[in-house]
Structures are given as C-alpha cells and as structure tokens.
Design a protein around this ligand. Structure first.
Ligand SMILES: Cc1cc2nc3c(=O)[nH]c(=O)nc-3n(C[C@H](O)[C@H](O)[C@H](O)COP(=O)(O)OP(=O)(O)OC[C@H]3O[C@@H](n4cnc5c(N)ncnc54)[C@H](O)[C@@H]3O)c2cc1C
Ligand code: FES
Length: 254
C-alpha cells in the first residue's frame, strides 16, 4: 500500500497527488508510473510531475472511471509500478518548444525542468482550453503561449505531449525539424507483455511502455494510433456510467 500524503484538487476533474513511494525517487525526466487504486481497479499510466526523497507527485485529469476514482476516492494506492519507459532524450538543442494538450502539461513540466537546468531556452504552446499548472509553467518556461490555433515557432527542437492528434499535426507544421512526441496509448501491464500499447514506428512494431513513450514523431504511424483510441469506447462509457451511479448511491447514504 502506498499512501497518498497530499491531494490538491485543482477542479472537479483534476488534482495533484503526492504519493509515498521510495522506488520512484530515482525517476529520470519524462518517465511515468502505473497507479492502481484498489486490487480490482484498472492500472492507469501517469507521468511523473516531480520527485522528492521518498515521494513523487503526479497530475490527474479525470476522463473516465479510473482517473475519476483516483480524484474522488483514492487515499491509498494498492500498487505503484515504475519508474517506467525511457527518459526523454535531452540532447544538444539550444531552443526547445513544448506543445501540450490537457494533461500533457505534466510531462512537459517534468522534462522542461531538466532542460532548464542545462540552460536551454524554453517555450510552451498549450493548445487546449483546460490549462492547469499555469503558474508553474510561467516559472519554468521562458515564454508561454495559450492558443488553440497552432503555429510554428523558431526553435531547434519541438516536443509534444497529451494528444496524438496534436503530435500528428506538428509533423506537418515542422516537416523539416525534429519533433519528439509522447505517444498516448492504452496500457495494461506496462512491462512489454500484453502488446496493448503497440505503436508502428518506421513500419515496425514498438511498445510505448518499454521502447517509448517518447518517439521521433515523423516516424510514428499516428493514423493507426488515433484509430485505436476509440477501441474500447463502449466499455469505457459503461464503466463511467456505473461508476457515477455508485458515487451517487454513496453520497445518498452518507
Ligand atoms: C505514458 C502516458 C502518460 C500519461 N500521463 C498522464 C498524466 O500525467 N496525467 C493524466 O491525467 N493522464 C495521463 N495519461 C493519460 C491517462 O493514462 C488516461 O487518461 C487514463 O488511462 C484514462 O483512464 P480512465 O479509465 O479514466 O478513462 P477511460 O475510460 O479508459 O477512457 C476515457 C476516454 O479517454 C480515452 N483514453 C483513455 N486512455 C487513453 C489513452 N492513453 N490514449 C488515448 N485515449 C485514451 C478513451 O478512448 C475514452 O474516450 C498518460 C497516458 C500515457 C500513455
Ligand atoms: S502496456 Fe502491455 S506491452 Fe505495453
């Protein structure tokens, strides 16, 4: 059991969780964890926002049953696996632009802090209406743009997180520049066995959990990933409806 030592609600649908878990302290920039609330809950991949001695913090945006369960109910976690995935390739770039959508701000901040420590110039282009952790972004990035209309910036490296559609669009906007993107896939075991997180990179099957989650975006088959996003839509809708009903019953009893 891993206690959640602090839960900061940022809205009805988003929160920060500070979790006691010694083994995550060694995480590198851009890695993620799998969190499981109860033994019967689905494991959820979440980016590591920050680590401190014996603890780490992550940001949760509620989109379905498992993320809402973490926001609404979790006080302890049955299981915390990680740190997982390959770290972000920091490289020798001078000026970096991070494009983010929704929860993509969390991995972007985590990586940006490491890039800032190397003296890089950092721009943030946040594209979705929900813009959490704005103040922190203002402290870490040299310039912050919040706009739904994508445009190109003069930088050496482009990075993106939070949306496969966004990453796909960036490959056309920046056809001549390196773009490193976090692929967004469903995940189950996160150790390379279930193949749920498979991604086609240069026509070859790769796994987001062990080979990723960061890939050179021009090499990724985004259309395939986007098509598979809705593979479990019906089951996810049903799970969310059932969960909302259970929450209502619980509040009536209280
Ligand atoms: C490497 C990685 C890092 C992530 N980091 C964060 C983070 O820091 N904070 C955060 O809030 N979220 C993060 N996510 C996304 C988060 O894992 C999903 O939102 C979560 O698993 C959804 O579970 P759910 O049961 O709440 O929703 P579900 O019921 O599973 O899904 C609800 C809706 O979201 C879509 N969806 C769910 N998961 C994904 C997915 N991974 N890719 C594309 N569409 C999906 C479904 O198709 C459905 O429309 C990350 C995902 C990955 C792969
Ligand atoms: S989550 Fe199962 S192989 Fe990646």
């Amino acid at each position: 059991m891993h206690p959640i030592v602090e839960k900061v609600k940022l809205s009805e649908k988003a929160c920060l969780l500070k979790i006691k878990a010694e083994h995550i302290s060694r995480a590198m920039p851009g890695q993620f964890v799998m969190l499981q609330h109860r033994e019967t809950s689905e494991p959820v991949p979440l980016s590591i926002l920050e680590v401190s001695e014996g603890y780490f913090t992550c940001f949760v945006k509620g989109v379905g049953k498992s993320t809402l369960e973490l926001i609404e109910e979790a006080e302890n976690l049955f299981y915390v696996a990680g740190p997982l995935g390959k770290p972000f390739p920091l490289g020798h770039y001078r000026k970096v632009a991070f494009y983010t959508h929704s929860w993509g701000i969390a991995p972007a901040l985590n990586v940006a802090k490491a890039l800032k420590a190397q003296g890089k110039e950092l721009l943030l282009f946040h594209t979705s209406e929900d813009f959490y952790l704005q103040e922190e972004a203002g402290r870490v990035f040299d310039e912050v743009i919040h706009d739904g209309e994508l445009r190109a910036l003069h930088v050496d490296l482009v990075a993106s997180a939070g949306s496969n559609r966004l990453s796909k669009r960036l490959t056309s906007i920046y056809s001549q520049k390196p773009v490193i993107s976090m692929v967004n896939t469903h995940m189950l075991d996160a150790v390379g066995l279930c193949l749920v997180c498979r991604v086609l990179v240069e026509g070859k099957q790769r796994l987001a959990c062990t080979d990723g989650p960061w890939f050179e975006a021009h090499l990724v088959d985004w259309a395939n990933l986007i098509e598979r996003e809705s593979a479990y839509e019906e089951q996810e809708k049903l799970a969310l409806e059932e969960y909302r009903k259970a929450l209502r019953r619980k509040s009536l009893k209280a």
